[in-house]
Design a protein around this ligand. Sequence first.
Ligand code: CP3
Length: 347
Amino acid sequence: VGPVNDRLIRALRREPVDRTPVWFMRQAGRYLPEYRELRGDRDILDAVRSPAEAVEITLQPLRRMPLDAAILFSDIVVPLVGIGFDFRIEAGRGPVLDDPVRSARDLDRFRPLEPEVDEPFTLEAVRLLTKELEVPLIGFAGAPFTLASYLIEGRPSRTHDQTKAMMFDPFSPWFALADALADLSASYLRAQVDAGAEALQVFDSWAGALSRADYERYVRPSMTRLFDSIADLDVPVIHFGVGTAEFLPSMRHDAVDVVGVDWRLPLDEAWSRLEDGTGNGVGIQGNLDPTACLAPWPVVEERARAVLSAAGGRDGHVFNLGHGVLPETDPATLERLVDLVHTETER
Ligand code: CP3
């Protein structure tokens, strides 16, 4: 049996829906007082390792507002930690690795992920959640470029210099590293689906640091590897990137149902770039600027209406922000936004 509310799944499959589904990246997070209360200042990886806590945090935003999806509370570095990369996540900063990946020898630090052994807590959280939820649970993983950036830089980076330096160096192990990361993410995704996840999202948050030509040459091959190896899974897949407007068509793959876009490009234009020449449809997720949610409600409302009007009621639209909810966001704004999307798009 599927979830009671299958609006998200239908939209991801570009089927007609009664209302446009809406969820938010980072909907479980620091903008919620109940999240801050529960987490305190422990490393988020502690919370992720406790299935009960991960379940509770995943459910928190759903108790406040009728979101059309839950997203598992975890992090993109979790499978890397599972195979032995000793990341910690610093509050306000992000993942830090003291002993970063720099040379071909570091490839020896990779081994295949054994999800039931390396990530039992994630799979247990997925099983508990899908038993309880009335909306689909989205499982996720990081894309090779974004994961590589954390591994190679050893910390969050704005420019990703070391990562690009390795990528551009013809004698570096870049392609082997990207393939190892594609395999890691593919097994993490498969395990989440086996445990009950009903949709998947692959996050390539930092791919926008690349030109179209470099994305095509250095990143797309590992994305094809990743998506081809999960193509047999019977769940819809979202491929999300930030700053990727210049190479949206390169983000399409046979196994990708919906491309997630940031706020830099209006949805109608994103859609026409994506459909350009292929003839096959694709859905879109997005794309309200998360910083707009810090503005007074009439501004949020006007901008949300602009997103909906650019989507034009097309099948295959999933409403979301263009990136994650900012910690300064007033939860009441997101509550009103969910209501606005549902009311405005009633078919
Ligand atoms: O609600 C959800 O979206 C589900 C949970 C989720 C988290 N991380 C929890 C988290 C998801 C889907 C992620 C993915 C993730 N992690 C990405 C891709 C999505 C994106 O935002 O681009 C990236 C780049 C990371 C790496 C990472 N982890 C960063 C940059 C940070 C932020 C550091 C900070 O404190 O601002 C984290 C930590 C993190 N992961 C938080 C959450 C809720 C916030 C830290 C905290 O609660 O202390």
